[in-house]
Design a protein around this ligand. Structure first.
Ligand code: ZN
Length: 350
């Protein structure tokens, strides 16, 4: 049996990799490029934060629930955005089960470009090896069936963690050349951690670089990040999913020029306007609103957003960003269900 695209039933992994390449799929995959960890899932498999961010067995066990409990086509173990920053010796507040760990940005590790020096063993630090080992476990247990996605932070995000957000943004206004030199040094962390995750077995990598809509402009993206992101595509040989929060239509054309496989986009952008800009040069993934819909509304509202993305032709469906830890499981389970229903209804109409 084939679907309307002439494609027979696919494994989740093949479906995800095809959609990242804009190749035919049996149905649109559900993809979670950031985190679908919730307190409810932590309790279900006894793998709570903060331990599940620092112990590879627990990290893998919690991540697997994205597939086994929620029914997504991907498994994503790197819940936080601070694993490599911790290995660079940023001070981290690990928090408890119901809260995200954060870098203590009021105690930055760098104040100037000459301070940038990476500890010798940052790639064998507990918080980077935890990710690599979790990917190995997941690849071994689920790798034939499901796409395992890793994460390596971009230099703009790393600069926030190492210098502090305000200090770094002020520097980007005052001294563009110095800012570029700093990004150029920090990008090696992005490449090395990314390549290590490929070696561990990742099928694709999310690359968050928080030049977010409300903090910096599309011109900033062009000036500081477009070239670096093109370089990442060359040096990290695996499908990359760029993640930037907020309203980003002013930079989507630049992003579509990078050669990244996909852009993980926020609900502040309409699916159709975003598809019109990227014009099949890059896949889009995400867009289901977190704070209002997934966290505070019910399955019917989630379903409506899934349908809106599918109607626009968005390539992979999932939450817009790391979901709030108190999100109800039923709101997440409805995402894969709604995708299947939409495809069945479409087939019935044809
Ligand atoms: Zn985000």
């Amino acid at each position: 049996m084939t679907n309307g695209n002439g494609v027979g039933p696919m494994k989740p992994r093949d479906r995800v990799l095809a959609a990242l390449n804009r190749e035919p799929v049996d149905r649109t995959p559900t993809c979670n490029p950031t985190s679908v960890a919730t307190v409810e899932l932590m309790d279900l498999v006894d793998a709570p934060f903060p331990q599940a961010n620092r112990d590879p067995e627990l990290m893998a066990r919690l991540a697997a629930t994205g597939y086994t409990e929620l029914g997504f086509d991907t498994i994503m173990p790197v819940f936080t955005i601070i694993q490599e920053s911790s290995a660079l010796e940023c001070k981290v507040q690990w928090e408890q089960k119901d809260n995200w760990p954060t870098v203590k940005m009021r105690e930055p590790i760098y104040t100037d470009e000459d301070d940038i020096r990476f500890p010798d063993h940052w790639l064998t630090h507990q918080d980077t090896t935890c990710v690599l080992e979790a990917i190995r476990i997941l690849k071994r247990e689920y790798g034939d069936e499901v796409a395992v996605i890793g994460k390596t932070m971009g230099p703009w995000s790393l600069a926030y963690h190492c210098f502090g957000v305000e200090v770094f943004l002020l520097m980007s206004l005052d001294d563009p050349d110095k800012t570029k030199r700093i990004l150029d040094k920090l990008k090696e962390v992005t490449v090395e951690f990314g390549v290590a995750q490929i070696e561990a077995g990742a099928d694709a990598l999310t690359l968050p670089d928080h030049a977010t809509g409300d903090l910096v402009s599309g011109d900033y993206y062009d000036r500081y990040l477009r070239e670096l992101h093109i370089e990442f595509v060359e040096r990290i040989p695996i499908p990359l999913i760029l993640h930037i929060c907020g309203r980003t239509v002013d930079r989507m054309d630049y992003i579509a020029q990078t050669g990244m496989s996909a852009f993980h986009y926020d609900s502040k952008n309409q699916p159709q306007e975003s598809m019109d800009i990227v014009q099949n040069r890059i896949s889009l993934v995400g867009n289901i609103n977190n704070p209002e819909t997934l966290f505070a509304k019910g399955p019917e509202e989630v379903r409506a957003e899934v349908y809106k993305n599918l109607d626009a032709g968005v390539h992979l469906i999932g939450p817009e960003c790391a979901i709030p830890l108190q999100t109800a499981i039923e709101n997440l389970k409805v995402i894969p269900q709604a995708v299947k229903d939409w495809h069945r209804e479409k087939a019935d109409r044809n």
